[in-house]
Each structure stands twice: as structure tokens, then as C-alpha cells.
Design a protein around this ligand. Structure first.
Ligand SMILES: Nc1nc2c(ncn2[C@@H]2O[C@H](COP(=O)(O)OP(=O)(O)O)[C@@H](O)[C@H]2O)c(=O)[nH]1
Ligand SMILES: [Mg+2]
Length: 254
């Protein structure tokens, strides 16, 4: 390759010729993957509806369990310090139940980045191990290397006595060679409560002084995100940034 690089040399393009990234949220059933994407969708809708290219599509059963995936596509908001003309990021979740292995494999295809979500509920330990082991068997060599990877520990709202301590998850990441030591593992982990985020976002939107949090166009200002909501948005936004930085760096000649 010679001459000037264009954005299309760096990213894949979708059906309409626009560069895009594919992010996949992986993890055991009931960890909160659908909840994370749902909260993020609502957040984008109230902060900047123009950044939603396609709104949330859920393929689930009547009880709300994902049977194939959830999917939504966003566009980077303008003027956030990202010097790419137009970039979409697709976010997918997998169906966590064991019997949906083939569906997970299909959803994983072409992923540019991965979010792995742990469920700290005590009875979920084996499911967490099994799901991470499965992901490693599918993407092992690349995870955290050529394939950017973020770990989410959800449900931190649960009482400590019902949860597996964070430390055990850090140990698991070291054991699985996804981190060189506990400190390194901790750097990759974001603790969230999708439940709390959803509740706090709804409460905020219904609060009597909501007008003071909106800009001139009626959009919720970014600084008004409750911390729990920021934590839920962080994995998706940080991963998107990491992928862009990695791609741009590795595309630079020399
Ligand atoms: N306590 C608690 N429950 C949660 C949280 N996130 C999701 N849930 C609940 O966990 C269940 C499964 O959530 P869902 O998003 O469908 O999980 P998925 O199977 O990973 O997509 C639902 O009943 C959610 O309300 C959380 O942060 N804390
Ligand atoms: Mg789901």
C-alpha cells in the first residue's frame, strides 16, 4: 500500500458504504447483556437521537430471553475529538443459554471488539467459567491482543453476601491468561449495575428539574449522566475508542 490512507483502508464498510465497527457483548445467560444495550439505547436517544442509525432489534422468546441476538447501530456523535468523517458502531449481544452455541458463533463473526460480562450471582460461577472458556476456544489467541477486549462485572447492586467477590474474577482472568497479574486484570474490569442505571436514568428523565439538564435542542447533556449510567456506557464507548486508536496506529505506514 502506498500514498495516502483513507478511512476505507482502515475500517470495513457496511452496505451503504459507511465505515463501521462491530462490537459484541458476550457472557452467560441472564448476566445483563440485553439490559446493557437497552440502557445504552435509551441514553443515546435522549442525548443525541441522530447518533442512532438503527434502533434496538431484539430476537427473543416471549419471556424476553434472547434466542439469537440483540443489535443496534450507532454513529459517532460529531465533534467529540474523533477525527474520522463518519463511523458507525454496531453493538450485538449474544444469546447466553448453552443451547444457542451456533447462534453465538455466527454473531461473533467479524467482531472488531469484545465485551465480556460476568454475572457475580453466587450460583452463576460455573456459567461464567463456561462462557469465558467457550469464548477463549473461539477467539483465544486474539482476545486482548489484536481483538480489543473489556470485562464487565455487572449486578454490583446485589448484596455482597450473594455475590462472588471481584477478586475471584480477577484470579480467573489471570488464570485464563487474559491478564498478567491481578492489577492488570483490574484495569480491564468495569463494574456496573444495569438495573441501577436503568432506574436512575428513568428517575432523571422524569424529574421536575430535567429542563436544567437539557441543552438548547432538548438533548440531555453528557455531564448529566448519573454515575451508574456512565459506567454502563463506558464499556461500549471505551471499546469503540480503543479499536479506532488501534486501527489508526497499525495502519500508519512505518
Ligand atoms: N440485580 C440486578 N439485576 C440485573 C442487572 N442487570 C440485569 N439484571 C436482571 O437480570 C435479568 C437478565 O437480564 P438480561 O439483560 O435479559 O440478561 P442477558 O441474558 O445477559 O441478556 C433480568 O431480570 C434483569 O432485570 C443488574 O445490574 N442488577
Ligand atoms: Mg439477552
Amino acid at each position: 500500500m502506498s500514498g495516502k490512507l483513507t478511512i476505507k483502508d482502515i475500517f470495513k464498510v457496511d452496505g451503504s458504504g459507511v465505515p463501521y465497527l462491530k462490537l459484541v457483548i458476550y457472557g452467560p445467560s441472564l448476566a445483563g447483556k440485553t439490559s446493557m444495550l437497552t440502557v445504552y439505547n435509551v441514553l443515546r436517544k435522549v442525548e443525541d437521537p441522530e447518533t442512532i442509525y438503527s434502533s434496538l432489534k431484539k430476537i427473543d422468546d416471549p419471556s424476553g430471553r434472547t434466542i439469537f441476538y440483540d443489535q443496534s447501530t450507532f454513529e459517532l456523535p460529531k465533534g467529540q475529538g474523533v477525527s474520522v468523517p463518519k463511523l458507525r458502531y454496531q453493538v450485538w449481544t449474544v444469546a447466553g443459554q448453552k443451547r444457542h452455541y451456533i447462534q453465538r458463533k455466527v454473531v461473533l463473526e467479524g467482531a472488531d471488539g469484545l465485551i465480556f460480562m460476568f454475572d457475580p450471582s453466587k450460583n452463576m460461577w460455573d456459567d461464567n467459567v463456561e462462557s469465558l472458556t467457550e469464548l477463549l476456544s473461539l477467539k483465544g489467541d486474539t482476545l486482548g491482543k489484536s481483538l480489543p477486549f473489556i470485562v464487565v462485572l455487572n449486578k454490583i447492586d446485589m448484596p455482597a453476601e450473594d455475590r462472588t467477590p471481584t477478586d475471584n474474577f480477577l484470579d480467573m482472568l489471570v488464570e485464563k491468561k487474559l491478564a498478567s497479574n491481578k492489577g492488570d486484570a483490574y484495569m480491564r474490569v468495569i463494574e456496573t449495575s444495569c438495573l441501577q442505571a436503568r432506574n436512575e436514568l428513568m428517575t432523571l428523565l422524569r424529574s421536575p428539574d430535567i429542563k436544567s439538564k437539557l441543552d438548547d435542542y432538548g438533548r440531555l447533556q453528557r455531564g448529566a449522566r448519573p454515575l451508574s449510567v456512565q459506567k454502563v456506557a463506558q464499556p461500549i464507548e471505551q471499546l469503540t475508542r480503543e479499536i479506532i486508536i488501534q486501527r489508526v496506529k497499525s495502519a500508519k505506514p512505518g
